[in-house]
Design a protein around this ligand. Sequence first.
Ligand SMILES: Cc1ncc(COP(=O)(O)O)c(C=O)c1O
Length: 293
Amino acid sequence: MQPLLKPKIPSPLEKLDSSLLPNSDVEVWIKRDDLIHPQVSGNKWRKLKYNIQALAPDAHVLTFGGAYSNHVRAVAAASKLCGFEATAIIRGELVEPLNSVLAYATAQGMKLLPVSREDYRKRHDVSWAEVQRRYTGATDVWPEGGSNALAIKGVKEILHELDQPFDVVCAPVGTGGTLAGLIAGASAGTSVLGVSVLKGGEFLLDDVRGLLADSGDRECSTWSIELDYHFGGYAKSTVELREWIAHFSARSGIPLEPVYSGKLFFAVYDMIAKGRFSPDSKVLIIHTGGVYW
Ligand SMILES: Cc1ncc(COP(=O)(O)O)c(C=O)c1O
């Protein structure tokens, strides 16, 4: 299958000016994966790269997501750019007029198949997914968020692009695929810190372990997931978070959205202010992109 056109790889690595940081000796660097590609950016590009390469020329991909899923949006964009067919099973009813994500997806030629929230819960059940695959005529099934072994292989490459060591690498956690890839790719001496964007995200620890087991990767670094920066849950936010994002973006020129990157950056700043990182440590934030709606 044709690769995605003109990605900006390696993605830029930027050091945050210390005047933008709370009074601390911690160094903060940002891996700007959000700049990789205009339509398939951030962790989406990393996760889809090998999945797209593995497709046969007449492939038809079936995948899953909520009505505002960045993954659904990215698969739709990739299907148009690379020339494969795509169908997405969407959680809940399709409300007309379609929201910007779903309108964009259909404009790229993606077919949308809404299912009840109850049916959507079966998405991890292999036999249910197989029934959907046959029904839609798809050749390949990509899980929610694209998190599978090939996605982990792609995410690992973020760390291969670095020309210097970091003490801590941080990323947001939705399904856990990005964090699993970072854990798999981190060298000894680097700890990996995830920030859950979901409320009640304790289950993500097992999900990440499961993804690592499926991909045959070992847990080669110390890692953990912060569970207290969800701001009410997935896609929920507060005035405090939105104001913090606006202030940070205005000063740094780095765009953040409130679903993933905003929660991650806020969490890292809060942890610096609370002395969670040892003095003089070097912290790397992976900017996983996202859509600013
Ligand atoms: C922009 C962005 N960042 C981070 C994540 C979280 O990644 P993961 O689902 O691999 O945990 C997602 C969702 O997949 C996302 O869309």
